[in-house]
Design a protein around this ligand. Structure first.
Ligand SMILES: *[C@@H]1O[C@H](CO)[C@@H](O)[C@H](O)[C@H]1NC(C)=O
Ligand SMILES: *[C@@H]1O[C@H](CO)[C@@H](O)[C@H](O)[C@H]1NC(C)=O
Ligand SMILES: [Zn+2]
Length: 476
């Protein structure tokens, strides 16, 4: 009886939640539901309590309108055509295209490289992100030949930039979209099954969901305003309480959030948030947010970045905000090349790519290799040792221990089909992989991947042929 009424209260609380909670990046907490809200809580959220007050024409001046932003994106695409591609992932409620700029030396090509995405202007009245993202794209275009960080990103990452997810909200100068829905409350939620009505999802949300499912992003960040902090999962708590709720990759997320806050002009000096970072639910729980959905359903490690205390600052401050955030943005993208393990997973028979699962002992999370190239990208906090397992139905799993330093570690797996008498082959490979240091491991990778691959394949065919002859002889 008591349990039943408790459950009822919880469901009721969730139902009422959207009425009270406005957003990550500018919100109101469900104060009446959170009995433990204290003075300190009020202090911490002071910038987030209100929607941006009346936005005057004067405040809007100096910001790009939606059509100016579209022109700027297309102009970027023309000017930087050899390292970029412009495409749309859908339309807003009012039919404004959601333009994305992809930056890479091979834009639009399928490569064994990690992808990162930036999303700005999730909330219509938080426009700093959209301005900084177009600056980021242009800066990369201007500097990829001379700046080593820019060069590294263009060469080794596919960076996708969506300056505005909510152009209608921007035009209306308010937080929600044209239907006045808070897009950072519109995603399916792990604790909030009431949010699972697919058909009622907003077009902007659906566009993001399809985009994430179709393209494998290794990590991402969305940009908000109203505070100065790097926020990481989980955003929600089971019981709507304000408490630290660690996700399986807590350590890695804290590493990423620290990369951002410590590369920032003064985010890490925050008096409100230790080190300028926070666990979402510890700050204030939200449900239906984009961040947790990305990690759970997209295999994508997403941060929610609050990049200015004032949601809609005067446009004259934009160049300074860009300077404060530039290195943070670049370093966060480059962290894909500095933390964790990556490689390819191939079948021992013919060397074809396998969409295998990669798990790390002690972390309840799976990263999958791609179907097309068999590449996987697994972010991990550096300076630790990890036990990594690659598995695939029909193949023998393979397990390796690696020490991840301040450089992404290359780790390829050659999986052997189950039920084959492959002990000998296994032995050879294991000797190669285990008895020697990382360098030799890489040589094996190069051997299998590089020009010797044909030789490897040739030997394999010869062996199969001999086997066939032997069998034939036996038959007669
Ligand atoms: C892009 O074009 C410039 C000159 O127009 C050239 O120097 C550069 O190598 C090109 N970059 C790529 C990645 O092809
Ligand atoms: C960071 O610098 C800005 C601009 O100087 C200032 O307004 C803000 O209070 C500073 N924040 C912190 C946490 O030091
Ligand atoms: Zn926001």
């Amino acid at each position: 009886m008591e349990l039943c009424s408790l459950r009822f209260a919880f469901v009721l609380a969730l139902l009422l939640y959207p009425c009270f909670a406005a957003a990550r990046g500018g919100d109101r907490r469900p104060i009446s539901l959170l009995g433990q809200m204290d003075d300190e809580g009020w202090m911490l959220s002071r910038h987030l309590l209100e929607d941006q007050p009346l936005i005057t024409d004067e405040m809007v001046s100096g910001y790009m309108s939606n059509s100016e932003l579209e022109m700027a994106i297309k102009e970027f695409g023309r000017r930087c055509s050899n390292i970029s591609r412009v495409y749309s992932i859908g339309k807003s409620v009012n039919s404004v295209p959601l333009w994305v700029m992809e930056i890479s030396d091979k834009p639009g090509k399928d490569e064994a490289a990690p992808s990162f995405k930036f999303i700005g202007n999730v909330h219509g009245d938080e426009p700093v992100g959209r301005e900084l993202l177009i600056r980021l794209a242009n800066w990369l275009c201007d500097n990829y030949m001379k700046d080593s960080l820019a060069m590294m990103i263009v060469k080794h990452v596919h960076l996708h930039i969506l300056p505005t997810m909510n152009p209608d909200g921007f035009a209306l100068r308010r937080r929600g979209n044209a239907n006045n829905v808070d897009l950072n409350r519109d995603f399916p939620d792990q604790f909030y099954p009431l949010n699972d009505r697919l058909e009622s999802r907003q077009p902007e949300t659906r566009a993001i969901m399809n985009w994430v499912k179709e393209r494998r992003f290794t990590a991402s960040a969305s940009l908000h305003g109203g505070a100065l902090v790097a926020n990481y999962p989980w955003d929600g708590s089971q019981d709507t309480r304000k408490e630290y709720v660690a996700c399986p990759d807590d350590k890695t997320f804290r590493y990423m959030a620290n990369v951002y806050s410590h590369s920032h002009y003064n985010m890490s000096l925050s008096k409100e948030f230790e080190g300028g970072i926070t666990n979402g639910a510890f700050w204030y729980p939200i449900y239906g947010g984009m961040q947790d959905w990305n990690y759970i359903h997209g295999g994508c490690f997403e941060l929610t970045l609050e990049i200015s205390d004032v949601k809609w600052p005067k446009s004259i401050e934009l160049p300074i905000l860009w300077e404060y955030n530039r290195l943070s943005m670049l370093n966060l993208v480059a962290s894909l090349l500095k933390a964790g393990i990556h490689g390819r997973i191939l079948s021992s028979q013919g060397g074809h790519p396998l969409p295998a699962a990669v798990k790390v002992e002690g972390i309840d999370y799976t990263v999958f290799a791609t179907r097309t190239l068999g590449d996987y990208h697994r972010l991990l906090a550096p300076r630790e040792s990890y036990e990594v397992v690659a598995s695939m139905p029909g193949f023998q799993s393979k397990r390796t221990r690696v020490v991840v330093e301040d450089e992404v570690t290359s780790l390829d797996f050659i999986l052997i089909p189950e039920g084959e008498d492959s002990v000998k082959q296994d032995e050879i490979l294991n000797n190669y992989i285990c008895s020697c240091g990382g360098k030799d491991k890489l040589e094996l990778v190069e051997f299998l991947r590089g020009t010797h691959f044909e030789i490897y394949l040739f030997i394999f065919i010869v062996v199969v042929f001999l086997f066939y002859l032997l069998k034939r002889k036996k038959m007669f």
